[in-house]
Design a protein around this ligand. Structure first.
Ligand code: TYD
Ligand code: MG
Length: 460
């Protein structure tokens, strides 16, 4: 049997028998560490016996986790009702998306309630943070501010009796332990610094926020290596060119992961968006062809958004297909279904598809709305007014059920929509007018009735 090697990549766990600067299997740099493999078979443990652990029943008495609110509703709701003392929260996101802004607003909101909150910046100087705070109108709030990067200093400062209840470390990539040689931002540093800070948070019962940048190249450790070490992982996402930002939980030991918080980046910082659908539809231009309103779901929350399509003649052998905010494979499938099952030919046309507002749609429930705006763009006939659309399209052209139809329709009703085009819904009380479709072919009737249809090369 080959001798087992003891150089382990700390990023992917691959084992090699010699040290290397770059892991062969995952490509991570500076992640290979020598580990002394201990023999842990019963024989290897020797004669000494371990302590007996006590088993308990699932049912038993446990106290409710005490929580306290941040004071930013969108954040509290998506955290499952507030912060839990002694927990560590990682917030990841692209640089410049608004992580520092959000957390500065969070510590200020906590300070306003009389809670002791500290903000430690490793990226910006105190003057820069003050400048941001003055822009956000938060200068008067009670926040403890520091600029530091040495974890040893940070830990000794927070160890005292009068420790803050909430500490923000912005960002973990800038922190370093002086007993480790690698540069800040490397896997080893990021991991060791987080471990020390998390241990401190558990010991002092404080809430620790760690900010982590997600970088595209593998050189700097992204927050992914930390995900298993923390209790909650949030991602702050959005398109830089757009106002909207979504805070999403991808892991939460103290709550569900299907909640999102919606914010808008304004010149006065992040504003909560309690009713996102209104915002995403606010620039709608009434009756134009090539646009459809999709009643989508973001976790457990209904979200109405506009899907737009443009279909134009092409001189290219392979016409362009450009998709923003949707899966391009999904578009290819819908185009194929429209062509094969309904005879709507678009293979000689350029097709552009966009979800307005910079949102990303992953639900197959958007299929029917995509099909509707494609047909509308091709025929130049608007989708019926005040109508929302949702439903999944199968490969034979059948329109399939999707989850939470009720919630989608209720939200549409709230926003003043009068009718809906959906899969055939089970009988029940519907909040708005409804047309149930069995097959995507039935969608065509909406575009035939109002004007003469110039359906391209309609097949028999
Ligand atoms: P920031 O919080 O620094 O991002 P991160 O910490 O995720 O890198 O946000 C920076 C962006 O936000 C920057 O491009 C400017 C913008 N911004 C506003 O639009 N309004 C504001 O009030 C603030 C403070 C920032
Ligand atoms: Mg920042």
């Amino acid at each position: 049997m080959a001798k087992s090697s003891n150089f382990i990549c700390q990023a992917c766990g691959a084992a090699t028998n010699k040290w290397a600067g770059k892991c062969e299997s995952c490509g991570e740099w500076n992640s290979i560490v020598e580990e002394i493999a201990a023999d842990i078979t019963p024989k290897g443990l020797g004669a000494g016996k371990g302590r007996k652990i006590k088993f308990e029943n699932l049912i038993g008495s446990t106290e409710q986790t005490p929580r306290f609110a941040v004071g930013i509703n969108e954040m509290d709701r998506m955290l499952g009702g507030g912060l839990v003392s002694g927990s560590a929260i990682l917030i990841g996101g692209d640089p410049g998306i608004g992580k520092s802004t959000l957390l500065l607003q969070a510590v200020a909101a906590l300070g306003k309630q009389g809670r002791k909150a500290a903000y430690i910046s490793g990226e910006e100087s105190i003057a820069q943070v003050r400048l941001r705070a003055s822009r956000l109108g938060l200068l008067q709030e009670n926040v403890e501010l520091a600029a530091a990067t040495n974890v040893r200093d940070i830990i000794s400062s927070l160890e005292g009796a009068n420790a803050p209840e909430v500490v923000v470390i912005d960002s973990i990539q800038t922190m370093f332990l002086d007993n480790i040689e690698s540069a800040p931002g490397t896997v080893t540093q990021v991991r060791a610094a987080s471990l020390e800070l998390i241990k401190l948070a558990k010991r002092k019962d404080m809430v620790l926020f760690l900010v982590g940048h997600v970088t595209k190249d593998g050189q700097i450790a992204g927050p992914r290596v930390l995900e298993h070490m923390v209790d909650t992982v949030l991602y702050f996402e959005g398109e830089r060119g757009h106002q909207f930002r979504i805070l999403r939980a991808v892991k939460n030991r103290f709550g569900g992961t299907d909640e999102i918080g919606v914010f808008a980046m304004t010149d006065k910082g992040l504003e909560e968006v309690p009713n996102p659908s209104t915002l995403f539809l606010s620039h709608r231009q009434g009756q134009v062809s090539g646009a459809a309103v999709f009643a989508g779901m973001e976790g457990s929350r209904p979200l109405l958004m506009e899907i737009q399509a443009l279909v134009s003649a092409s001189q290219l052998a392979t016409p362009r297909r450009a998709v923003v905010g949707l899966d391009s494979a999904r578009l290819a499938m819908i185009l194929a279904v429209l062509e094969t099952r309904c005879g709507i030919i678009m293979h000689d046309k350029e097709v552009y598809l966009n979800v307005a507002g910079g949102l990303k749609v992953v639900e197959p429930a958007a299929d029917l709305a995509v099909a509707a705006c494609l047909i509308s763009a091709l025929t130049n006939i608007p989708v019926p007014e005040h109508t929302v659309i949702f439903g999944e399209i199968g490969l034979s052209g059948e329109v399939r059920q999707v989850g939470r139809s009720d919630t989608r329709l209720k939200e549409s009703d709230k926003l003043g929509f009068k009718s809906s085009i959906t899969p055939v819904l089970p009988p029940g009380k519907l909040s708005i007018g409804n047309e149930g479709l069995h097959h995507v072919q039935e969608l065509l009737s909406y575009f035939r009735s109002s004007a003469p249809v110039k359906m391209a090369n309609k097949r028999d």
